[in-house]
Design a protein around this ligand. Structure first.
Ligand SMILES: Cc1cc2nc3c(=O)[nH]c(=O)nc-3n(C[C@H](O)[C@H](O)[C@H](O)COP(=O)(O)O)c2cc1C
Length: 439
């Protein structure tokens, strides 16, 4: 999969071209829009007040709600661009920004809000990431990011449901309040604060990553470090590992009796060993610097090299973390999807024995799930008897089929095969429920 973004902060539009998306993938523009809304400016008092609806338009690669296999181009118009706001400081370099380095490299620099280096470019990444996330979701893989620390205030507990409920995107509602107060205080004094964003990948299979130059953590580090304002990357316990002994740092291994999977008791490794995922949660952290655009006066130089003072007025994020959250999720989603695609290709080349071992494991899991289902069904049977209800319930069976067949279709399982499978399961369930009659 290849991703190319285009556009500048105060130009006409920004966008992304996604090449290599498989055909037939359902694309829900509302899902993409929801992700963009999480990143868009003007969401709260602690993000920039620039008003952009960030409405996405799909220009190509999608027909009848499904991908065609050709490049998917998505466009977001810039509506609230105010290039004139930069007129006053256009002859000065802004400390912490890319004006000087772009000029050194290209000989020209778009001073309007950082041009191409602006955080605005990341909206395109979020649109691409939303597509990647929906493909991963089909495979049961979930990516979740949140703010762990802001202005030195860290989380003490983890409530997943709290993340999208506060402007910081922080899983600890109390810490979120303290963080918000610190951000507002910095903003009022014309300053900004930084923080740490954590990203976890759940249910990624073991085997993702391409040693040795495209190790999974190497690609994840590159993806995350390519986001503006990101200053550090950690996998698992990261820098803390440097202070531990091997006996403390190693993750003890065991075989999980229920799933038959090889697992680790702790996860200092952050879900990756030798550049390859091991099936545990992949845990990553990034350090986000305080936004460079601040009202506080700073020393700088003009384009001619003259000493000067600068105060950056206007609409800026006093803390970038909550807006980095969806961007980080997107970059991780794109990287994981890329490696998953590569692994699918490799899986097809695996020796027959390995493939059969995997099939054996899947069959075992099917049986375990079936036994679990039978247990639940027996309890339902007992309840029905208690209430004097009939065991056979064709209406419920039809409901189940209606609910599950669209998924079968999306997963590429033939409808007739899925129906036959469910009919067998229904027959088993009726027998299990009746068994209780004779007890
Ligand atoms: C979503 C997002 C929003 C950002 N908003 C701002 C901002 O309002 N003010 C600012 O100074 N920097 C902001 N940045 C960071 C700058 O884009 C970045 O610091 C700058 O281009 C220099 O690049 P570097 O920090 O990677 O060296 C933002 C970054 C992201 C990802």
């Amino acid at each position: 999969m290849r991703v190319m973004t285009f556009g500048e902060s105060h130009g006409k539009a920004i966008g992304v071209v996604l090449d290599g998306v498989r055909p037939g993938l359902p694309i829900d523009i509302d899902v993409i829009q929801r992700e963009l809304d999480r990143r868009r400016p003007g969401q709260s008092s602690i993000t920039t007040s620039r008003q952009e609806a960030d409405r996405v338009e799909i220009l190509s690669g999608v027909f009848d709600g499904k991908t065609t296999g050709t490049p998917v181009c998505m466009l977001i118009w810039n509506r609230d661009q105010r290039p004139e706001a930069y007129d006053k400081i256009k002859s000065l370099f802004r400390p912490g920004h890319a004006g000087f380095t772009y000029l050194a490299k290209y000989g020209v620099s778009d001073y309007r809000g950082g041009g191409r280096s602006s955080g605005r470019e990341t909206a395109s990444r979020v649109a691409a990431g939303a597509v990647a996330k929906s493909i991963l979701k089909e495979e049961g893989i979930q990516i979740l990011a949140y703010t762990r620390e802001v202005a030195g205030i860290g989380i003490r507990r983890f409530e997943e449901s709290a993340i999208e409920e506060n402007p910081l995107r922080c899983p600890d509602p109390d810490a979120a309040k303290a963080m918000e107060a610190a951000v507002m205080q910095a903003k009022e004094s014309g300053d900004s604060v930084g923080g740490i964003v954590e990203i976890v990948v759940r249910n990624a299979p073991a085997g993702l990553g391409e040693p040795v130059f495209d190790k999974l953590e190497a690609d994840l580090a590159k993806a995350l470090m390519s986001i503006g304002a990101v200053r550090g990357f950690e996998l698992g316990n990261g820098f803390a590992a440097a202070r531990l002994r091997g006996s403390e740092n190693n993750d003890p291994m065991y075989r999980d009796e229920v799933s038959g999977r090889i697992r680790t008791r702790t996860n200092n490794a952050g879900g990756i060993a030798g550049g390859i995922s091991n099936g545990e949660e992949i845990v990553l952290k990034i350090a986000v610097k305080p936004a460079s655009s601040i009202r506080k006066e700073q020393e700088t130089v003009s384009l001619d090299g003259e000493a000067a003072k600068i105060s950056v007025e206007g609409r800026h994020d006093p803390c970038i973390c909550p807006r980095v959250v969806p961007v980080a999720e997107s970059m991780v989603a794109l990287t994981i999807l890329d490696h998953l695609t590569r692994q699918h290709i490799l899986d097809r080349q695996k020796p027959l024995r390995t493939l059969r071992d995997t099939i054996d494991l899947i069959d075992r899991n099917i049986l375990l799930l079936l036994a679990e289902r039978q247990g639940i069904v027996e309890s339902i049977g007992a309840t029905k008897r208690l209430k004097g209800k009939k065991i056979a319930d064709p209406k419920r069976e039809r409901q189940i089929l209606k609910k599950q067949l669209p998924l079968a279709r999306d997963l590429g399982v033939r409808e007739s095969d899925a129906t036959a499978l469910f009919k067998t399961i229904f027959a088993m369930a009726r027998r299990a429920q009746r068994r209780g009659d004779s007890k």
